[in-house]
Design a protein around this ligand. Structure first.
Ligand SMILES: [Fe+2]
Ligand SMILES: [Fe+2]
Length: 238
């Protein structure tokens, strides 16, 4: 299966409530955002657990990254309410479930082989830091091999400088309205700006909260050679 599998292309997926498909497990549905492969895939998805749904015990062959968007997601390591960021590295296993139901943003099989840290961050309690321009606040979630992931909160009427993404950029809009010269992205929108793309993002009166990952969109989805010494890379709010 190939969904938005050409990582050279810009993709904007608005959330119109459609596109949900049953998974092989009862009570678990998913909306595929990008995918290369079948049931074992390099994949980015929204995943919805009905109350009481669970998943079989599974091995994370190439890692699993999760942001809990709503409800409570649980596994052997505990209960993870909305706002929790999890990384389950290559070689880890778990048996996830949800008592009350939950909505997750999930990225599968996108870890570097040496990215072996287990991460659990409660983003509703963790400290934020000031971003590069007034009105911007950043909560770093993970950094490894030139790939950075963060939550970025944009106060109303914040404007960032024009910048380029040497290794691409992926954004999920969590709250508010995120904008740039190419469009408007309300909460629920997922966008992928390819390697080398450029834009000037801003917010209006609503402000915005976004999940953002940069540096991971090389040729064929392989991590590119973006380095922290790149001036353009350093210009980004992450
Ligand atoms: Fe998992
Ligand atoms: Fe950007």
């Amino acid at each position: 299966m190939q969904i938005h599998s050409d990582f050279h292309l810009r993709v904007v997926e608005h959330d119109d409530g459609s596109g949900w498909l049953p998974s092989p497990l009862p009570g678990v549905e998913r909306r595929m955002l990008d995918r290369v492969g079948g049931e074992v895939a390099r994949a980015t998805s929204l995943v919805r657990y009905a109350p009481g749904a669970g998943y079989e015990n599974h091995l994370h062959g190439a890692g699993e990254e999760i942001l809990v968007l709503a409800g409570v997601f649980s596994d052997e390591s505990g209960d993870h309410p909305a706002g929790t960021y999890l990384r389950n590295p290559p070689g880890s296993r778990h048996t996830p479930f949800s008592r009350e139901g939950c909505l997750l943003f999930v990225k599968l099989r996108q870890f570097a082989a040496d990215d072996l840290s287990t991460v659990r961050i409660d983003t509703r309690q963790a400290p934020w830091r000031q971003g590069l321009v007034p009105g911007l606040a950043v909560l770093p979630l993970h950094a490894h091999g030139g790939i950075d992931t963060a939550l970025v909160r944009w106060a109303p009427d914040t404007r960032f400088s024009s910048h380029r993404h040497p290794g691409g950029e992926e954004i999920l809009v969590l709250e508010g309205l995120f904008q740039d010269e190419l469009g408007d992205y309300p909460a629920g929108t997922w966008l992928r700006n390819p390697r080398g793309s450029q834009h000037t993002p801003f917010t209006g009166p609503q402000g915005a909260l976004i999940y953002v990952k940069v540096g991971h969109l090389g040729v064929g989805g392989q991590p590119p050679c973006a380095t922290r010494s790149s001036p353009a890379f350093n210009a980004y709010p992450v």
